[in-house]
Design a protein around this ligand. Sequence first.
Ligand code: URA
Length: 183
Amino acid sequence: MTWEELENACGSCQKCALGATRTNCVFGTGSRNARLMFIGEAPGEKEDLSGVPFVGAAGKLLDRFLEAVDIPREDVYIANILKCRPPKNRDPLPAEEDACIGYLEEQIRLINPDIMVCLGRISAMRLIKPDFKITKEHGVWFSRDGRRICAVYHPSALLRDPHKKEDMLTDMKAIKAVLDGKE
Ligand code: URA
């Protein structure tokens, strides 16, 4: 599949009930040549309205961490497990993830990143392992189809509990070191 075919398929998708309630499909944004890819959970209200991932409060906080470790947002690719917003931002249903995951897998295939970073538990449980424990295992490196993959706290979790920001900075510094080939 080409990028155009993939984006069109995603934009007209009705594989699950969220297709009927979305304002916009939130496909993904950033460099299609990225070596580093971030994967969140699902669009929120601001993302649904704009069609761009991580533009709300959580996205602004993610931007601050990217800046702190000197990773330009335009150099990475950012996408979500679900491309459509679940009502009232509830957790994705397993059936919704199953219906949607093929789009993300195709994005990963097209980008072919060296490093993938899951933003939060939901993404880590889908992409790393079903029993992933974010409190214990954030910042731990795993392997997925020959790529390095880890998870960090979801920026929304940092908004709820600012104490986690210290761990987030440590993890982001380690990601930058791997990106720079220093680890
Ligand atoms: N939270 C997510 O997981 N993804 C977004 O795009 C926005 C908020």
